[in-house]
Design a protein around this ligand. Structure first.
Ligand code: FAD
Length: 585
């Protein structure tokens, strides 16, 4: 009989990225509430740590007319209006306070000469809006919140993978998993759970994402009865590294273009002129990524299939001061000095706009007791996320999720009884791959999954190609039931990969099914058989549910903005750019 450890917490937060830590801090603000953060990685080393360019908040420190209305406008417009308007409103209004709060906890942002927080321009933001710490903003954010969390009396469990969300009488009752170092099992009984496990960029071969981004939390919650939404929306960042092959996909921050970097094709043409003459290099990510893709397809790509990005005209001093991380990254990984030379870039899978559907105010999912925040949740970014909006998302909705979970406790029952039969079945399932000695290697399945997604559901899509991808994926899913591994439970990465792959397979099916349903092009979802954005499709989201066998997709109306917000779009330009004269015209 397998044994397992038991820990009881009022609230467990699964994920120690920006959203998880912010949620945990908020959840622990009332004495007597026991909170734990669980991460399959190490504290301080979540995917958030990789964030470079900055956090978007409309202080207007450099451009006075900026304000929450313009941030709201830019976010809705870039999300192509399938965003949840209320989430966007809360977000735009609260982001500045969340950034200032970080400073009171010890984060030190770059400064203007007058001592205000410095802000840089970023794609499709109407004003200079990204607060930053050089190009290592995520590191400072995590460092600050990690200390704040530890000083708030939160317990942290590191290198623990959760494999199952437990539900009792229709309410979330905790989570079950194992310690990665030796495979011993662990049960966390909880009265509320916050899911903060990030995205699923690892479904693509070329990605900027870290190894943790395998969509575990979304898949666990989906299996337990929570709904997913907007799964067809996967963001490709226009600028990933291209060369040498081993670094393909690693992010080149949008900060490079924000600081003046220019894009050229192999003929030396600044091709963004053709695709978005107004915003050029600082157009939205979906547009720039598609433009590079089209240039390569037309035979005007760089030697290794991308575009040239050049910031050398800014001079070594400026580049090294503003983009120290990028300078180092190219020097060490590609033996290339970006202060002197141009470099190749190409689109890389970067962000999951879809995810768990949540209530804007509390971040509650449809499953009582389950809350979600950060990249695993959905609604804020619509069909395309703006750069910098993720870090402020983590702060605003991490806080709201922690608060939501805390308030939920007031009406929640005590710990649910342990269902031994359920836990035995889960331990049996998790150990099953060891019994399949001649089973399929999980890494091989992962590789083929990435191939299918890249070839059938990537940056360019069409009905027949998506359908073929779905057929291949379902066949792969069958094969994956026979994934097997050798060795013991001690530090066995192959074993961990089995669960990553199972989670990704489920989410990929959801992505392709939603992509087939959305018969138009919108934001990150580009279909060559339906190349236009259509008004009728602006009115709906696709919501997915799972009964353990089949994924079902329902269309639900996008909530329409009330007049007070709709009027911000009256003049067809950002509110901060509407002068009295242009308002009259
Ligand atoms: P994550 O930071 O991804 O954390 C997820 C946590 O969940 C981790 O602790 C992980 O270990 C844990 N976890 C996952 N599965 C399990 C499991 N089964 N059991 C237990 N724990 C689990 N956004 C911006 O706004 N500005 C930027 O400048 C910016 N730059 C970026 C640069 C790069 C290179 C990348 C890749 C992204 C960037 N982003 C940026 C996006 C942003 O960093 C992410 O969207 C954000 O950090 C996600 O945070 P999160 O809290 O949702 O999850």
């Amino acid at each position: 009989q397998e044994q397992y450890e038991v820990h009881d917490y009022d609230i467990i937060v699964i994920g120690a990225g920006g959203s998880g830590l912010r949620a945990a801090v908020e959840a622990s603000q009332v004495p007597g509430i026991k909170v734990a953060v669980i991460t399959k990685s190490l504290l301080g080393k979540a995917h958030t740590v990789m964030a470079e360019g900055g956090v978007a908040a409309s202080f207007g420190n450099l451009d006075a007319p900026d304000g929450w209305e313009t941030h709201f406008y830019d976010t809705m417009r870039s999300g192509h209006f399938i965003n949840n308007y209320r989430m966007v409103e809360l977000f735009a209004k609260e982001a500045p306070d969340r950034v200032l709060e970080l400073e009171t906890w010890g984060a030190v942002f770059d400064r203007t000469k007058e001592g205000r927080i410095m802000q840089r321009p970023f794609g499709a933001h109407s004003f200079r809006r990204l607060c930053h710490i050089g190009d290592h903003t995520g590191l400072e954010l995590i460092r600050t919140m990690q200390y704040k969390a530890l000083h708030s009396g939160i317990d942290v469990f590191q290198e623990v993978t959760m494999t199952k969300l437990l539900v009792h009488n229709g309410r979330v009752a905790g989570a079950f998993g194992y310690f990665r170092e030796d495979g011993r099992f662990v049960l966390f009984r909880a009265r509320a759970v916050v899911m903060a496990t990030g995205g699923w960029g690892k479904i693509f071969k070329v990605t900027s994402n870290s190894w943790e981004s395998t969509g575990d939390g979304a898949a666990l919650a989906f299996r337990a009865g929570a709904n997913l939404m907007d799964m067809e929306m996967v963001q490709f960042h226009p600028t990933g590294m291209v060369w040498p092959p081993g670094v393909r996909g690693i992010l080149v921050t949008e900060g490079v273009r924000g600081e003046g970097g220019l894009l050229y094709n192999s003929e030396g043409e600044r091709f963004m002129q053709k695709y978005d003459p107004e915003r050029m290099e600082l157009s939205s990510r979906d547009v720039v990524a598609r433009s590079i893709f089209k240039e390569v397809q037309a035979g005007r790509g760089t030697p290794h299939g991308g575009a040239w990005l050049d910031i050398s005209h800014k001079g070594p001093e400026y580049v090294k001061a503003k983009l120290p991380g990028m300078y180092e990254q190219f020097l060490t990984l590609a033996d290339l000095d970006i202060t002197r030379e141009r470099f190749e870039v190409a689109p890389t899978c970067h962000y999951s706009m879809g995810g768990l559907r949540v209530d804007p105010e509390t971040c509650a999912t449809n499953l009582p007791g389950l809350f979600a925040a950060g990249e695993v949740a959905c609604g804020l970014h619509g069909a395309n996320r703006l750069g910098g909006n993720s870090l402020s998302d983590l702060l605003v909705f991490g806080r709201r999720a922690g608060l939501g979970a805390r308030q939920y406790l007031e009406g929640a029952s005590d710990f649910a009884p342990v269902d031994d039969a359920e836990l035995n079945a889960e331990m049996d399932r998790v150990l099953e791959p060891f019994r399949r000695e001649n089973g399929v290697n999980p890494y091989k399945i992962h590789e083929r999954l990435q191939e299918i997604m890249t070839n059938h559901a990537g940056i360019m899509r069409s009905g027949p190609v998506l359908q073929e991808g779905l057929d291949k994926l379902l066949a792969l899913k069958e094969e994956a039931q026979n994934m097997g591994i050798k060795g013991s439970r001690i530090y066995n990465p192959g074993w961990h990969a089995v669960f990553d792959v199972e989670n990704m397979l489920l989410l990929c099916e959801g992505i392709i099914r939603s992509a087939l349903e959305r018969k138009e092009s919108r934001g990150a979802h580009w279909r060559t058989d339906y190349p236009d954005e259509l008004e009728d499709w602006q009115k709906i989201n696709f919501v997915e549910s799972f009964d353990g066998e089949q994924i079902r997709i329902n269309t639900e109306p996008v909530e329409q903005m009330p007049e007070r917000l709709a009027k911000l779009f009256t003049y067809g330009k950002a509110p901060g750019l509407v002068t009295e004269r242009s308002a009259e015209a």
